[in-house]
Design a protein around this ligand. Structure first.
Ligand code: F6P
Length: 466
């Protein structure tokens, strides 16, 4: 079996005690790497200031070599904060209004991808399979090809892919699309994203859908498909069951005694629809006064990308909104919204999901949203909670037992909250079983296997068109 080389901007390093890093994706990729042997390469998260980064720092754990590189301050500013998070991220989340196109940042993005390629190439053997993850590294395959690498290279995009009309607003849309054509397999989260990709090729007249998942574009034939990512469903369900005994979970349970709890868990990001969700919760309480003092909404929102101005602004807005609703509706003995602005331990999180009558997952746009899947997996099968889910999350394509909402429709979301709280146990069980069955049969290990199988069986070289 060929070795596997995974490349991603961030690398989930194993915990110091030797246990695997938390999170289904990390666990699945680490399992695939362990089985085949290989390397996980990415950014260390550290800056080397204005000096060139030193050699890769390497750590060996079983069959896996973790190889991390620092980046200079300029690289971090232009590649990560600049182009990746102020152009690609907003564009892929349909936020044209937030995209900041700077020539310097665009050049920095391509430069850092070249730098990654130069650091990676010397470690690659001819039959290694390379799997690149996410929007930070789209041009990586083109750079590796430029250096003469002929290996199978796959790419998986964890975030949405927008329609052509949105993509073409990005001055370097052609270079980005050309970058994708250098992979042998390009994976998207949903068939919608795949259709957007195919639609661009058609609309711009630069490629053809050859059928059967094959495309030709920029003189290359490659495959593209939808590979909806899953979670470690069975493991997470067991984890949530035992998390019920966690001291913090029990304390929280006592603190909400006699009330229903609604939970929202999101990185602090404008794509998550947190402001609209808080408004919907407020609308629900004012429209259903009988629920006042009977329900607590816990919003857990770790800070994210705080150096990017849009995120800093968002942080202020969410805090103000939560404070305003609490001030206006709360009473001396009841705080409607508990707003936690930091990340919490995964065991506690699993236990809290299980305590909540409603999981409120209402992003304005999301590639998949694993919180929705984890909420479902964490439920007690005897009395499961209700998932209220945005129709604009990739997960909505699969979780048919959720109450689907349009997060822009504040009143509709408020009504879904009321419906979820009033739902009979019979209906809750029926909806939950349907979703859980799906999650058990489409977990993250299967996702990983499917992608790697299709990458390995992608057409043999040469794939260029004469
Ligand atoms: O979901 C996309 C993603 O970029 C993940 O790859 C990453 O773990 C997460 O968002 C957090 O973002 P960042 O790496 O910018 O802190």
């Amino acid at each position: 079996m060929s070795r596997l080389i995974v490349v991603s901007n961030r690398v989930p390093m194993p915990a110091k005690d030797g246990s695997a890093a938390a999170g289904g994706l990390a666990v699945a990729l680490q399992a695939a790497l362990q089985a085949r042997g290989g390397i996980w390469m990415g950014w260390s998260g550290e800056s080397s200031g204005d000096r060139e980064p030193g050699p890769l720092s390497q750590l060996q754990k079983g069959n896996i070599t973790y190889a991390l590189t620092d980046l200079t301050d300029t690289d971090v500013e232009e590649y990560y904060r600049g182009f990746a998070n102020r152009v690609l991220w907003p564009i892929c989340h349909y936020r044209l209004d937030l995209a900041e196109y700077g020539r310097k940042e665009m050049a920095g993005y391509f430069r850092v991808n070249r730098f990654f390629a130069h650091r990676l190439a010397p470690m690659i053997e001819p039959d290694d399979i390379i799997w690149v993850h996410d929007y930070h590294l789209i041009p990586l395959a083109a750079e590796l090809r430029q250096m003469g690498l002929k290996n199978r290279i796959g790419f998986f995009l964890h975030i949405p892919w927008p329609p052509a009309d949105i993509l073409v607003t990005m001055p370097v849309h052609e270079e980005i699309m050309r970058g994708l054509s250098h992979y042998d397999l390009v994976g998207f989260q949903t068939d919608y994203d795949l259709q957007n990709f195919a639609g661009y090729l058609r609309r711009e007249g630069i490629g053809d859908d050859l059928g059967n998942g094959s495309f030709d574009s920029h003189g290359r034939i490659f495959k593209a498909g939808a590979y909806p990512i899953g979670i470690e469903t069975a493991g997470f369900a067991d984890f949530a069951e035992s998390a019920a005994n966690n001291v913090m979970v029990q304390k929280t349970r006592r603190s909400i005694e006699g009330r229903d709890m609604i939970i929202g868990v999101d990185r602090l990001d404008y794509s998550k629809g947190i402001i609209q969700r808080l408004e919907a919760f407020e609308r629900f309480l004012t429209g259903n006064p009988a629920y006042q003092n009977k329900v607590t909404y816990l919003q857990i929102t770790p800070k994210s990308r705080s150096e990017v101005p849009e995120y800093e602004h968002m942080q202020k807005m969410v805090a103000e909104q939560a404070g305003r609703v609490n001030g206006a509706i709360g009473t001396v003995d009841w705080v409607p919204i508990r707003y936690v602005n930091r990340s919490i331990n995964r065991t506690v999180l699993a236990g809290l999901y299980r305590l909540a009558t409603i999981g409120l997952v209402t992003p304005l746009r999301d590639g998949m949203n694993l919180v929705a899947k984890e909420y479902v997996a964490a439920q007690n099968p005897d009395r499961p909670g209700v998932l209220v889910l945005s129709r604009f999350a990739g997960a909505a394509r699969e979780l048919k037992g959720a109450l689907l909402v349009n997060p822009y429709d504040v009143e509709g979301t408020a009504n879904a909250i009321a419906r979820g709280l009033a739902m009979s146990l019979g209906e809750r069980r029926e909806r939950w079983s349907m979703m859980m069955e799906h999650l058990l049969s489409h977990d993250v290990s299967l996702w990983c296997e499917n992608f790697l199988r299709d990458l390995v069986t992608a057409p043999e070289l040469p794939r260029t068109i004469a």
